[in-house]
Design a binder for this molecule. Structure first.
Ligand code: F6R
Length: 609
């Protein structure tokens, strides 16, 4: 989390830094700041609480004209999100921006305080500024000072330093979260990712974990953890890779919800041979599904729910046992893993700290690593033996939508491929499933017809203090996803439950004020879910039923609303039913006047644990 930028330019860089920060706002928007070197190498900074617009106002009132500078957009970890704690943090010698957490900051702070250093902020970052300053005051050069301090820092961090009087030098360091170097003509750049640097250059070098880099306008010297010079190859980023515009939509989230038929279609075209009706995996996998005894899946948040749906698919279609866990638990649980099995990771960003740590753990346990990622230049993509890309395009809305349905599409294709390899699916089974997949984008487009019905629920849902989501089978993870979507953008408390679990506790919550959203496509579990709905209705709960025409007819109950979806096969239904779930959250939050693209306290890329 947090976005960092550094520019060694030819003229004033503050505006460019803010432009780059705008592309990193998905990493946090609690505060923002810029520091530059003004005439004679004097450090100056402007900082503001809240989103980047506030910083722009400050810069227009008091412009900066330096041709070298660093900038930051913050997702608060240590210290309240106010201006005092906003980056860059500075001493008279340097300014620094930071993404991540310095875990041993308490002991370092106590050490510095004992020496008489006074701290202005509650952040862990200020410790870094003070430690490096201490070394410079002893007579060390900026490079020597940083080299001396980096090994003392524990945790996961990316840093960018600007030094008073050093008008041709920036230093960047990576220990965990990514950091990219951009190569320009007589200009150089640093950024949390290539997205930030896209307006300036398409030539980017990714630092490896433990690397740190000294940049001048004419090049970069990279050193590894031990201080040894290393070569890292620059890459060309294809133009247009990161383009994202809202188009005619009011919010990126709406645009991304509406893009789903297209991006799911595009992803399918990558995984399905339309002519033969067979799944074709885009990469040769470094393992054989046939010989696997089990597989594990880990991921976080929405990506985890995609993994949970995939567990049902892999187990049913390929009879392959799947263990699944949220990555933040998996990594510390240290589960025993038999060598040579498959560990699958799901991530939109490919940078989520817990998922990445789980990947590294599984690798050390001799697992084959396969990642389903959207950002193909991400750290997870680079550290996996094989990747299965989702072709969702850049997802800007903080709440994941199109990445989720593309993840599901890829995971279903992988499960079909596994079923074929293991002999649990016949030619005919595969052809039928592929046919259902091919029809999916069309069904998704048709599903938008339910939007007015969903919009009409705004008032009822916005009034609720709690909402319950219920589902069985693959609709259960969808219930979890629906509750997450509603929570994160409307701030209404919501819970997802397996419908059968209702009577084991949550039924106590049901009264006339509790909307209960039931996801129940017509499938072999429908009857069971209907019983659970009866239990809700008997206690006065207000039911919103999401089903298809056959389901609506069979259920035949009074509801607050019944959303009738196009008919899809039970296997692909979870991909289709993601749409109404997303639209319910979106319209409720918009009705309540919430910032759906940048909900409070959240960030798009979670690079701290
Ligand atoms: C929710 C959401 C998050 C992410 C989670 C994992 O809408 O977007 O729950 O799914 O932070 O992120 P990635 O997929 O980047 O690993």
């Amino acid at each position: 989390m947090c976005g960092i930028v550094g520019i060694l330019g030819k003229s004033a860089v503050a505006t460019q830094i803010v432009d780059a920060l705008k592309r990193l706002e998905y990493r946090g928007y609690d505060s923002a700041g810029v520091a530059t070197l003004e005439d004679g190498g004097r450090l100056e900074r402007r900082r503001a609480e809240g989103k980047l617009g506030n910083l722009e106002v400050k810069l227009s009132e008091a412009p900066l004209s330096g041709a070298i500078g660093i900038g930051h957009t913050r997702w608060a970890t240590h210290g309240r999100p106010n201006e005092r704690n906003a980056h860059p943090h500075a001493t008279e010698k340097l300014a620094v921006v930071h993404n991540g957490i310095i875990e041993n900051f308490r002991e370092l702070k106590e050490e510095l305080q004992a020496e008489g250093v006074r701290f202005e902020t509650e952040t862990d970052t200020e410790i870094v500024a003070q430690l490096v300053t201490k070394e410079i005051l002893k007579g060390k050069s900026p490079v020597e000072a940083v080299a001396g301090v980096l090994p003392r820092l524990r945790g996961a961090f990316a840093l960018a330093f600007l030094f008073a009087g050093e008008e041709d030098q920036l230093i960047g360091a990576r220990h965990g979260p990514p950091l990219a170097i951009g190569h320009g003509e007589g200009e150089m750049y640093l950024g949390s990712d290539a997205v930030a640097l896209a307006p300036f250059t398409d030539e980017v070098t990714y630092l490896e974990d433990g690397d740190w880099a000294v940049l001048s306008r004419h090049g970069v010297q990279i050193r590894d953890l031990k201080g040894r010079p290393v070569e890292r190859k620059p890459q060309r980023i294809p133009s247009g890779t990161f383009m994202a515009e809202k188009g005619n939509h009011r919010h990126f989230m709406a645009k991304e919800i509406y893009e789903q038929p297209e991006v799911v279609g595009r992803t399918l075209a990558h995984y399905v041979d339309f002519a033969t009706g067979r799944v074709k995996l885009p990469a040769t996998l470094p393992f054989d599904f046939k010989t696997l005894k089990r597989m594990s899946i880990s991921a976080c948040g929405t990506a985890y729910y995609a993994g949970l749906i995939a567990k049902y698919w892999f187990e049913r279609l390929a009879r392959l046992p799947v263990e699944i866990d949220v990555a933040s638990e998996f990594r510390y649980r240290e589960p025993p893993m038999d060598e040579g099995e498959l560990a699958l990771f799901v991530s939109q960003s490919g940078e989520t700290a817990d998922t990445l740590a789980s990947l590294r753990y599984a690798k050390a346990q001799g697992q084959h690593i396969l990642s389903v990622v959207n950002v193909q230049t991400s750290t997870m993509a680079r550290e996996s033996a094989a990747i299965a890309p989702t072709l969702a395009g850049t997802e800007v809305g903080v709440a994941s939508t199109k990445a989720f349905t593309c993840q599901l599409t890829v995971l279903l294709c992988l499960a079909i491929a596994a079923g074929r390899a293991r002999g649990t699916l016949s030619d005919k089974d595969e052809a039928e499933l592929v046919d259902e997949l091919i029809r999916l984008p069309g069904l998704m487009a048709e599903a938008f017809k339910v939007e007015p019905r969903i919009e009409a629920l705004n008032r009822d849902l916005a009034r609720a203090t709690d909402v319950l989501y219920l589902g069985r089978g693959t609709s259960y993870p969808l219930a979890l996803e629906g509750a997450l979507k509603l929570k994160e953008i409307s701030y209404i408390h919501a819970e997802g439950y397996a419908a059968g679990e209702l009577k084991h506790g949550p039924i106590a919550l049901i009264d006339e004020d509790l909307p209960v959203i039931v996801i129940a496509p017509h499938d072999h579990l429908l009857e069971k879910t209907v019983s659970n709905m009866q239990e809700v209705a008997a206690r006065g709960g207000k039911i919103v039923l999401v089903t298809d025409a056959r389901g609506a007819e069979e259920i035949g109950m009074d509801t607050l609303a019944t959303i009738v979806m196009p008919t899809a096969s039970p296997t692909v239904a979870p991909i289709l039913y993601a749409l109404p779930i997303q639209l319910i959250a979106y319209h409720t939050a918009v009705f309540m006047g919430k910032d759906v693209d940048q909900p409070r306290n959240l960030a798009k890329s979670v690079t701290v644990e």
